[in-house]
Design a protein around this ligand. Structure first.
Ligand SMILES: Cc1ncc(COP(=O)(O)O)c(C=O)c1O
Length: 442
């Protein structure tokens, strides 16, 4: 084979990078080559404090010993096992342990490889559930403006971020959307859950009046919207959504891909808000980002509705080659051990007030038009440069990276979600750097 530039390890051209400005990146790449605890190391040997837990996923911190050992052991012991008509013990144990962390009634778990697959799976289960109960006309799915549910066709259909939707055709039919709950004119600079906006849940009544409840299968929302730039549920909003769903026999799906596994200082947002959905989508923190894995937790009623008919019949024609992958299962079990043994959810809860104060200390910093926080989530909304949306926040991202702090930006919003092992010194480093950078950016 000719030794062309294409086979050179330094050629960046072949990899079509996801959610990245490819040409801009490749002209000035930012390469990460190592990770340990709260820090990445880049190709230049610089330490970068991780203000985003990778992509909201490395909740236990990087290269956590228990997880590294469990994965290494498992890959040597059994690298792969099919999950169709066969099983292996660890995946049953993981399902039992994860469901055991939920309020009783949320008793069963399906495995996927990502948040996007979890969302597709939950939507499919919702549709098939109604059909199994003889209400097959319930085919409509309701999402929310500015929602992010991954990038599968199901997820972008119920999602509400225009850039993720506009170039991909008609998507799923029979989908409608609730309004988002971002009300900066009333709620700017709220600490924790905002006061105003619970009544936005009543928009679901309007959709019911328009479509009729008998056509609606499920409502899916992120309890805290993350990828759109952190939108918090107003006080009482999720409770109202639950009540309206109950009234009309509509399933409520919480997409807990980012809120799951301690992000709010509780195991799940379900616990934090005291609102119990019918289905929960998970991924990311399930394995602390180490091995791709997702899952869907559902109620006993939903599971039982499928467990009818001859018992040699497959009840749900759905699954993935890597559903319940043994290496991911080992990573998941070790991750849960780590969360428990280190008390990481309690830790996140304990340090959240310090996080909140540090975030809100940026209030008088240039360009800041809103600050939002809950648990170990923070958002800094910047005023956009006229005619150049996203430019200011991206510039802040680059400058923070140069100064050794990893942040994430969506539009002109900076979103922060550190590993749950974060210490006060890291929080100080993150916000001191941001304060300096926000004074520097145009
Ligand atoms: C709420 C939510 N759902 C789904 C997804 C999609 O997850 P994945 O990227 O693993 O497909 C994400 C990813 O950020 C998410 O935040």
């Amino acid at each position: 084979m000719p030794d062309t530039a294409a086979s050179s390890p330094n050629n960046l051209d072949a990899f079509w990078m996801p959610f990245t400005a490819n040409r801009q990146f490749k002209s000035n790449p930012r390469m990460l080559v190592g990770a340990k605890g709260m820090y990445y190391t880049n190709a230049e040997g610089q330490q970068i404090v991780d203000g985003t837990a990778g992509l909201w996923c490395c909740n236990a911190g990087h290269a956590e010993r228990r997880i590294v050992e469990a994965v290494s052991r498992q890959i040597a012991e059994m690298d792969y096992a099919p999950a169709f008509q066969l099983g292996h013990p660890k995946i049953f144990e993981l399902a039992a342990r994860v469901t055991g962390m939920f309020p009783s009634g949320l008793d069963h778990m399906f495995f996927t490889n990502s948040g996007s697959e979890s969302v597709d799976t939950a939507l499919k289960i919702a549709l098939a559930y109604h059909r199994a109960r003889g209400e097959g006309a319930r085919t409509r799915l309701i999402g929310r403006e500015r929602g992010y549910h991954g990038t599968g066709f199901g997820g972008i259909s119920v999602g509400g971020i225009v850039s993720n939707r506009r170039t991909f055709g008609t998507m799923l039919t029979g989908v409608d959307h609730l309004p988002h709950t971002h009300l900066p004119e009333k709620n700017a600079f709220s600490r924790g859950q905002p006061e105003f906006g619970a009544e936005l849940a009543d928009e679901l009544e309007r959709l019911v009046a328009l479509h009729d409840a008998s056509t609606i299968a499920a409502v899916i929302v992120e309890p805290v919207a993350g990828s759109t730039g952190v939108i918090l549920p107003p006080k009482g909003y999720l409770e109202r959504l639950r009540a309206i769903c109950d009234k009309h026999g509509i399933l409520l799906i919480f997409d807990e891909v980012i809120t799951g596994f301690g992000r709010l200082g509780t195991a799940f947002a379900t616990d934090f808000f005291g609102v119990k959905p019918d289905l929960v989508t998970l991924a990311k923190g399930l394995t602390s980002g180490t091995i791709p894995m997702g899952g869907v937790v559902c109620t006993k009623e939903i599971y039982d509705a499928f467990m009818t008919g001859p018992d040699n019949m497959i009840e749900l024609f759905h699954g993935y080659t890597y559903s319940g992958h043994p290496v991911a299962a080992a990573a998941g079990l070790a991750t849960l051990d780590c969360y428990k043994e280190e008390g990481l959810f309690e830790r996140a809860n304990a340090i959240a007030p310090y996080w909140e104060d540090a975030l809100h200390s940026l209030r008088d910093t240039p360009h800041v038009v809103d600050l939002r926080n809950l648990g170990l989530i923070g958002a800094i909304e910047l005023e956009s440069i006229p005619g150049k949306p996203t430019a200011r926040a991206f510039d802040a991202f680059l400058k923070c990276y140069e100064k050794g702090v990893l942040i994430r930006t969506t539009g002109d919003i900076i979103a922060l979600s550190p590993p749950l092992i974060v210490e006060k010194s890291h929080i100080d480093q993150i916000f001191d750097t941001l304060r300096t950078v926000l004074k520097e950016v145009a």
